[in-house]
Design a protein around this ligand. Structure first.
Ligand code: PNS
Length: 164
């Protein structure tokens, strides 16, 4: 049985992430989407909110499970009884960081392999960071996010502007 972990911040989940999740789910027996809790970045959404958003958009995929994690990714992968880490590559600029992470993880856990999926060209320019910037200027998010997620990002961004 091949179990893959697809880790990330998912702040928020984009159509680009969903493309990777759906394609991974069609190749693997089981996929655990790992949502990083202790990121050095300050997220727009709490880890509970990010998990809920992912559960909503993956509810049609029977072999996908969403879990939050803390600490080292390789420890989480072992905890999930998985043997593969999946990461999406949008452009060559992603590659250096991803390669460094993959090598580091393999040194720490030689039993785990990292595989890369090239992101669908339609979403190769989409990032959560850019989506949050567009939302902060009240721009249209429908090309990048599912409508429900876009609504939540708009609301959160508006309430942050009001309070901050
Ligand atoms: O969506 P992101 O922010 O690009 O995801 C980065 C993530 C979560 C994959 C990475 O930061 C990570 O694995 N963090 C856990 C800590 C860890 O294991 N660090 C060592 C690996 S280099």
């Amino acid at each position: 049985m091949t179990v893959a972990v697809y880790p990330g911040s998912f702040d928020p989940v984009t159509l680009g992430h969903m493309d990777i999740i759906e394609r991974t789910a069609s190749m693997m027996d089981r996929v655990v989407v790992g949502v990083l809790q202790n990121s050095s970045k300050t997220p727009l959404f709490s880890v509970e909110e990010r998990v809920k958003m992912l559960e909503k958009v993956t509810s049609h995929l029977d072999n996908v499970e969403i879990r939050a994690f803390n600490g080292l990714l390789v420890d989480f992968v072992h905890d999930c009884h998985a043997n593969v880490i999946v990461r999406g590559l949008r452009a060559i600029t992603d590659f250096e960081y991803e390669l460094q992470m993959a090598h580091t993880n393999r040194v720490m856990a030689p039993d785990i392999d990292t595989i890369f999926l090239t992101t669908n060209l339609n979403y190769s320019y989409v990032s959560s960071t850019i989506v949050k910037e567009i939302a902060s200027f009240d721009g249209n998010l429908e090309a990048f996010l599912y409508p429900d997620i876009a609504k939540m990002v708009k609301q959160k961004s508006q309430s942050q502007r009001k309070n901050g």
